[in-house]
Design a binder for this molecule. Structure first.
Ligand SMILES: Cc1cc2nc3c(=O)[nH]c(=O)nc-3n(C[C@H](O)[C@H](O)[C@H](O)COP(=O)(O)OP(=O)(O)OC[C@H]3O[C@@H](n4cnc5c(N)ncnc54)[C@H](O)[C@@H]3O)c2cc1C
Length: 424
């Protein structure tokens, strides 16, 4: 987007912060909008981007309760780079799924009046070695052939898009103008507010202790406070903690073990002190990724350094890694000279073993959604509990029992193959 104006990162005055604390036993206002299509109670575990987006879609149509062990938007979503893209996705079905998701974000943002937490300001990357130049050129070609906005650009075009960047001479530069990012916590706040206004109840600071399972049926959850909550459908959207919740009902899911030595799930994200205006969109430079943070600093990530991060990495090591991120960022954004590291934070990615989303019906009344592309694709969960114009079940017995049934992978773990889900 040559000449695009800097994107505002000020909080939305139109969506004042709202607190949802404790157990809301009664809806405090009637539901606006269309009459409920059904009266099922859908209970969602986890107010991250996945759970909140689902609550937002379901609440106008049915009774929804969403439970979080903390407050909405404090899990992985809060620390995510949150790049909205289908950039490196080779699998054609997964690519189509992510493209649909990008369109859905744009539609939702328009519906919400183009909130400042949605930043479709493009993504720039470049390559310097022979191998990476070839990969980048091929990727741009492949994406263009699929109708995705991608192009190789000249250094002067790059300067017009991101004036504060110093890109090494001779680099091959690519730009993806329709990509962008969200500010995850603010997006969750907005979706949670809308779901709440549509009647969704929110329970916070009372973790789900276990699923209530009777034979093949999950009938709700027990909270750590001891309260049981019954539901017609339970949705587990607890991010990287999904396996421990499923384990309470003797169920498994093939997510990376976050505690295993060398696990790729834990990683580091650093935020700088305010450096307003230095970047408009995302950059994926060799050695460091960056994008504007909500409070005016930059969010930094460097995937090659993630291998050194695990669940036990001490804070001084996290801090020194974050300084390394900043050094790398300064080498391409000289305006960061005065910036410092404001925060170094360990983040934990929900990582399916084979990289594809784990989304679908685990049991007839238990829907699970765990994916690493959760920011890109929270609105397009395949075969999710019935909403809107989809066929609506009139009784719990007619709820979908699963797209093709759980798939038994070669490793003998239960999972859902996305392309099978989508082909139903
Ligand atoms: C550094 C980093 C960069 C990333 N970059 C991208 C990217 O560029 N693009 C992209 O699409 N994705 C990216 N991801 C992945 C993406 O952030 C995640 O897929 C997404 O945030 C997951 O959302 P979620 O709602 O599933 O989980 P979360 O946001 O973690 O939400 C889960 C919620 O469940 C709650 N919970 C957990 N246990 C319980 C319990 N027992 N009872 C009640 N509540 C519970 C938690 O408190 C939390 O609020 C990135 C992740 C990281 C860490």
């Amino acid at each position: 987007m040559p000449g695009a104006p800097p994107v505002s990162r000020q909080p939305d005055s139109s969506t004042p912060p709202r607190r949802h604390r404790g157990l809301h036993l009664h809806r405090d206002r009637p539901k606006p909008g269309p009459a409920p299509l059904m009266t099922q109670h859908i209970l969602i575990i986890g107010a991250g981007i996945i759970g909140t987006a689902l609550a937002d879609r379901l609440a106008p149509h049915t009774r929804v309760t969403i439970i979080d062990s903390h407050q909405p938007g404090q899990g992985t979503t809060a620390t995510s780079l949150a790049w909205l893209n289908a950039n490196k996705t080779l699998d054609p079905d997964y690519f189509a799924f992510r493209q649909d998701a990008l369109a859905e974000w744009a539609r939702l943002a328009a519906e919400l009046g183009h909130p400042s937490w949605y930043v479709p300001a493009g993504n720039m990357t470049w390559a310097q070695t022979d191998t990476t130049r070839t990969e980048l050129a091929q990727r741009v070609e492949r994406l263009r052939a699929r109708g995705y906005a991608a192009r190789l650009i000249t250094p002067s075009e790059a300067r017009a898009i991101e004036p504060a960047l110093t890109i090494p001479a001779g680099a091959l530069i690519a730009h993806f103008p329709e990509e962008g990012f969200i500010h995850g916590t603010q997006a969750i706040q907005a979706l949670m507010d809308r779901a709440h206004n549509a009647g969704a109840q929110l329970i916070t600071q009372d973790p789900v202790a276990n699923l209530l399972r009777h034979g093949d049926r999950v009938t709700g959850v027990r909270l750590e406070s001891g309260a049981d909550i019954a539901a017609d459908v339970t949705v587990c959207a607890a991010g990287w903690r999904t396996p421990e919740i499923l384990a309470t009902a003797d169920l498994t899911i093939p997510l990376l073990d976050v505690h295993a030595p060398g696990s790729a799930a834990p990683c580091l994200v650093a935020a700088t002190t305010p450096a307003s205006g230095v970047l408009r969109g995302l950059i994926h430079a060799p050695g460091v990724y960056a994008r504007p943070a909500w409070d005016g600093g930059l969010l930094l990530e460097a995937s090659d350094l993630d291998a050194k991060i695990d669940m036990n990495t001490p804070m001084p090591t996290l801090q020194s890694q974050a300084e390394e991120f900043l050094d790398r960022a300064r080498s391409i954004i000289p305006a960061l000279t005065q910036a410092h590291i404001a925060q170094a934070r360990r983040c934990i990615r929900p990582m399916p073993l084979d990289g594809l989303p784990l989304i679908g019906w685990h049991l007839p009344r238990l829907y699970v959604a765990a994916t690493h592309s959760g920011i890109t694709s929270p609105h397009t969960l395949p075969n999710s509990p019935p909403v809107g114009s989809r066929p609506v079940a009139t009784s719990t017995s007619s709820l979908p029992t699963g797209p093709t049934g759980p798939y038994i992978a070669p490793s003998q773990v239960r999972r859902w193959k996305l392309h099978e889900t989508l082909s139903t």
